[in-house]
Design a protein around this ligand. Sequence first.
Ligand SMILES: [Zn+2]
Length: 878
Amino acid sequence: MTRKILGNTNHHRSRPAIIALAALLAIFIAAPQFLADEPYARSREYDLQHSKIALRFDLDQKIILGEVTHSLSIFRDGTTKIAFDSVGLTIQSVTVNKAPAKFETTADKLIVPLPAAAKAGDKFDVSIRYAGKPSKGIYFILPDKDYPDRPKQIWTQGESEDTRYYLPTYDYPNARLTTETILTVPATWITVSNGKLMSVSDAGKGLKTWYWKESVPSSTYLITVVAGEFDEVKDTWRGIPVTYYAPKGRGDRLSINFRRTPAMMELFSHKFGVDYAWEKYAQVMVDEFVAGGMENSSATTNTSSSLVHPKLAPEYFTGQDDLISHELGHQWFGDLVTTKDWGNIWLNEGFATFLETIWTEAQFGKDQADYERWNGSREWFGSSNLWDKPIVRHDFDDSSEFDGNAYGKGGWVLYMLRHQIGEDAFYRGVKHYLEVNRGKNVVTSDLAKAIDEATHTNVDQFFSQWVYGAGAPKFELSYTYDNEKHQVILAVKQTQKIEGRVGLFRVPVEVEITTASGPKLYNITVSKDKQTFPLPAESAPMMVLFDKGGHVLKSAEFHKEKKEWLYQLKNAADLADRADAAVALGKMKNDDEAVAALGETLRNDKAWGVRATAADTLGKLDGASASKLLLAALDSNDKPWVRSRAVSALGNFKDDAGVAAKLNSVAKQDDSYRARAAALQALGSVKAPNAFATLDAAVAGDSPDGFLRNAALRSFGSLGDDKAVPLLLQWSAAGKPIDSRTAAINSLARLQKDNQDITKRIAAYLAEPHFPVRMAAIHALGARGDATAIPALEALLKSDDLSIEMAPMIKAQIARLQNPAGGKPGAHPGSGDAGEESAQAGDEKFTTEPRLEKLEHLLQEMNERLKSLEKRLPPPKQ
Ligand SMILES: [Zn+2]
């Protein structure tokens, strides 16, 4: 699945929200233990082969009425009962082979005794009639008095262990079954489920019954049910139906955001040598989705925030393609071949993340793929909680297995593997892996074995350090030139602390030495803590690149003279090396030459990622010369994805009248909405004298999806002017757009902190059904530091209405309020009580937009995982 931002469904690229959310994330990470998903696959008593699932819905009560018939085959002689996972469901009756049967229930099981001890191979049809008002697994998004016009939607989210909340079943990935799904819904509704649509028939009383049939087996966490008022757009790929759905009224946003789906299906089918395996491919966008996207087999569900307004969509270079390619990639890696247990979840998520890169390379080119990888590396190194954990692990009882190792590092490792064994061998190995494991569950050794079988390349050592080991190499580098021997003596140290699962790394590295006669590439292998490599060079080098192009997940401190960094910034062929140079030069304070070079890069580099990195870097450098260059760049009208970064960078220059004036003018008028939103935010950050009026006007004005209004509402928190409180209260109120409300609530968290009336208003939002509003309110209460909020939070914690994964979050905020001095015991560095203030203060940590987007991904993941956390109450978690 793809991870979703917390509490902000639409403007998920906006920075301040993300900063506040980063604080949330840190809090989750700091929170103590929780009950984890089952780390190891279960031993099975029976083989669940087919489930026929019929569901009806009572919308008023948000109740489901279900009947499921499981066809299963017994694995062991002497089996006397069959146990299904079932939580919170009322079981009405059970039959075994059509005969009424006894049953018993526990907190999390339905147990059906068999009439007599069964033998291995015996087959049974077990039918279960049940009802329930699930707290998770299935979600009702319905109009209410505050939002009377919202399209009705019912959707499920099974991963990781939530299918059992709406369907009594075998709920662990290590089983595969085919399904029929029979959904009876109002006649005007549309439904989507796994497999092929067989029929839609009249069911009387204004109802219709939709009959879906999935003939390719997959795991129960991949079962999906979506029903509601949707617009549909139809497409095809090689004759297979490809469909897109949006909540009714937003169908005009489908094509612009999703139209490249068939091209992705073609690319992936071609690259893997295994065609897309399912009978159709549907993508359904739903409101208030608890993840970014979920790869249910043949029928992905995505957050409706991926339905970017047609006027905003062109302002995002890669559009929604990361999400779309990620979920599509799962149809092979995750759905067709499925991890056997949660400990190997990277076989799903690492591949899906890697496939985002594959699509990016093909569609947007090498620079874009390089840039995403470069950012991904920085993001991973910035997540210190990931460092000591291997990718494959089964000890995730104090953190989620769906972490930045399974995703970001997993994707990186596959990229490195491809780079090291070569494109041809890599895809031969992957094809073999898919073919031999098709329709099966896998562990990591299956991948290593398949690569070995297909290519005779032994990847054991590679897997040992990158997948079963933790960390990554941290290099300290320097070189000298020996005039007599005509050699560069490259000194390489691995400086990572060798402890726990972190060892020394053995990595092949490409070193490029550029002299007056041009560049030469050398392959070396680093394996020790300290090594020197003499490499031929006719004359003293102008540039030495270690790991040219950035193909190794690493950090490197390369001691170079300024002139070499300047040369590298201008002349290195690959994006990663130029971006590294920009970052290195950004550490040279008060250096006019460095500033001027970054300014030139901002204007002229051919890769937008390097231009934007130069903008970020200039933003961190003090001084009028840096701000002047950023201001000048705004006159050149670069693309929105660069322009908005230059504007954001200006948000670091306080007390600069020229900056304030320019931000003011961009905020009011610019071709780019993203630049205007960034300017609104920056006005708050620099606390410009005229900021209040401009923000106020932006709140009153109109823009696509309230894009500018929400940016302004968020900015009021940074501005810190209490005059904004009435306006923020107004926009936080029920009935206003959800995104505006969360923006306003986030800002209220930071204003008039001693005003208990504000605390009360925010506390009242805890009772609302809207997940993003609740999450924003919970966090705001913690951030305000007003202990009078504790009873409201405690009451919420006790309610049985914690529909969605909020308990750990609530507990963390209560702890924060009870211990305002901070320093929660056991908190990780950079975590916890920091709240948005310190996130704000540590601005540069979150400066670059891609970094924010990655962070957002991580937050999406957190959001998703919170769901699993809830059942792990009492102790909060992650
Ligand atoms: Zn995923």
